[in-house]
Design a protein around this ligand. Sequence first.
Ligand SMILES: [Zn+2]
Ligand SMILES: [Zn+2]
Ligand SMILES: [Zn+2]
Ligand SMILES: [Zn+2]
Length: 494
Amino acid sequence: MEGEKRPAPYEGLFADGHLVLWTLCSVLLPVFITFWCSLQRSRRQLHRRDIFRKSKHGWRDTDLFSHPTYCCVCAQHILQGAFCDCCGLRVDEGCLKKADKRFHCKEIMLKNDSKALDAMHHHWIRGNVPLCSYCVVCKQQCGSQPKLCDYRCIWCQKTVHDECMRNSLKNEQCDFGEFRNLIIPPSYLTSINQMRKDKKTDYAMLASKLGKQWTPLIILANSRSGTNMGEGLLGEFRILLNPVQVFDVTKTPPVKALQLCTLLPYYSARVLVCGGDGTVGWVLDAVDEMKIKEFTMNNYFSVGPDALMALNFHAHREKAPSLFSSRILNKAVYLFYGTKDCLVQECKDLNKKVELELDGERVELPNLEGIIVLNIGYWGGGCRLWEGMGDETYPLARHDDGLLEVVGVYGSFHCAQIQVKLANPFRIGQAHTVRLILKCSMMPMQVDGEPWAQGPCTVTITHKTHALMLYFSGEQTDDDISSTSDPEDTKETE
Ligand SMILES: [Zn+2]
Ligand SMILES: [Zn+2]
Ligand SMILES: [Zn+2]
Ligand SMILES: [Zn+2]
């Protein structure tokens, strides 16, 4: 009897063991499955992030597409997945990698191929055309069928039916459509790049190809303003324009973004700010910072060969200061930079690149390379520039009459000749206010021996008490010497 009773505790233990096992299973298994799923999901997410990061497309995730959407790879109807906010491709998660490899995004700059520069073809992508778009061929509505169908050019936004698509359309030149006057064409940037390599900066000539109406638009939007509506807005603009001209100010500060203006012809660019008051203020500050540079000039201002000499000299002195401790050596080196400039010829045809106004009157310039504005009679190591050789009659130069003397030089050799009194400068005139408009290209400038490279700008020189004030407006590209202040408190007070 007793023997029969003994196994009972073991049995109970055995049954307990079962219970524990089952309990463990029923608790652990779901935990394990959940853990496994989340691990897989995070791995997939990492993988997707990796594709996003390396991709040339501007991929973004969405949990729900707002329109009926079909995957550009497998053509299935999809509810969620990724879309490119530059070219508008839409894809499900599984096809993302394929889509990324198979389709090109908007090329913000063309590959350096001279043939491609003049004629850019449409860039067609298939499917998901916007609602209410019409075929360029048959004028009927596009994208009305519930499947992946019809084409849209990602530059000009033209749409065409599958059955209306033909080779002639594929080889047709893209005219950038409705917004052609606002878009910076990829070919423009390629040409600019080439010009920079060739050390040419005549952007106006390049822009003239695009016509007088061309006023490229720069978008500065804050993705964080307006309950994150900025993000969507940025995408819309990237789709309609060249993505290069659309900036999220939280990622690229306005001062940096506005540097794009320096690649555009003078007075051509327009800036659209999307955001709250704070964003607008931020951008306006950046514009001020770029536009108004103010200097006090005591002796002279110049643009052209002597400023270039000073600039080259300055750059090399910064590199090897010990070399420049001797005065005689300094003069020799300076002279060397003068002659080097003859080779560089960066200041050629200055008269075509600038407009000069003396007391509000436009002055026609002969073929000059440099302009010098003097407050005192002396320039370049004690030479009386205005008088020149002293063999001609000229209005008297005095530094207390409030008049500025403006002279032109024909080149660095002419500069040197004037310095040793072997030539006369070209006397342009005397004035109270001198305005110099640099229309295009980079020019060497200097104020009282402080040189810098200056992009398109307007320089206004007027008297302020007994010092001269220079106002720079336009695109400053070189952040050299400067002290910025409010334009209001620098009125002419002579
Ligand atoms: Zn797919
Ligand atoms: Zn894309
Ligand atoms: Zn097109
Ligand atoms: Zn059609």
